[in-house]
Design a protein around this ligand. Structure first.
Ligand SMILES: [Zn+2]
Length: 225
């Protein structure tokens, strides 16, 4: 353990002493490393209802999600994105990898949906990259960066009509590097809603061996980007 890691460990221990850690979903007391309490984790991994679904766009061979965008999974994703619970991204990715290892086995690499650099600076991290890191570690699959970039900082999709959303996303992603045609790529994001963001990203990847891999699937409109 290096000096910085040692300091971080001590710093965290001190913080845990001063502010005992709570579940990011239900606020129950927990061990620091768990991030969520046992019952919230149990709800997340047992409420799988969308193991595999067609997206109708033919952009993806499969759309795979850990569960519906409801309950503890929804709250955990809100905590990740809007309450800076960065470590939850990796932890959720790891749980997804453990639950769906068999189903995700055909993937050769993972490609997190990039954020626009300005948005990433504002948030401090890319939640999709955190999820992909956890998934990749469990599945033993590499995470590719620098394959596509986000060239436009798309506005909050929730406020737009379907037509405006599509126009907003047109050309939002640009290719940077090509992967071999034989590689099956899992494009990773936190939530699938209309799928338009992921389909726009898929178009920039230009491969016909793409899967969409998301923590949660929602049919209630694009609430978050
Ligand atoms: Zn909890």
């Amino acid at each position: 353990m290096g000096k910085i890691e040692t300091l971080q460990t001590w710093g965290r221990a001190l913080l845990d002493f001063a502010y005992p850690p709570h579940c990011a979903v239900c606020e129950a007391d927990i061990e620091a490393a768990e991030l969520l309490c046992g019952s919230c984790w149990a709800e997340i991994v047992t409420r799988r209802s969308h193991p595999q679904t067609e997206d109708g766009s033919r952009a993806f061979e499969q759309v795979v999600s850990l569960g519906p965008f409801t309950g503890a999974l929804q709250q955990a994703i809100y905590a990740l994105k809007f309450r800076n619970q960065v470590r939850l991204g990796r932890a959720l990715g790891e749980r997804m990898g453990q639950c769906l290892a068999e189903q995700l086995a055909p993937l050769d690499c993972l490609l997190p949906v990039p954020l626009h650099p300005a948005r990433q600076r504002e948030r401090g991290f890319n939640q999709s990259a955190e999820i992909a890191a956890g998934l990749g570690a469990v599945l033993g699959v590499p995470v590719c960066h620098g394959v596509v970039r986000r060239r436009r900082n798309t506005r909050q999709q929730a406020l737009l009509s379907a037509e405006e959303r599509r126009a907003n996303l047109l050309g939002a992603f640009a290719p940077m590097a090509a992967l071999p045609a034989s590689v099956r790529i899992g494009i990773v994001d936190d939530v699938w809603t209309t799928g338009e963001t992921m389909i726009a990203c898929a178009q920039a990847v230009e491969s016909d061996r793409l899967w969409a891999v998301v923590l949660a699937r929602s049919d209630a409109g694009d609430l978050l980007t």
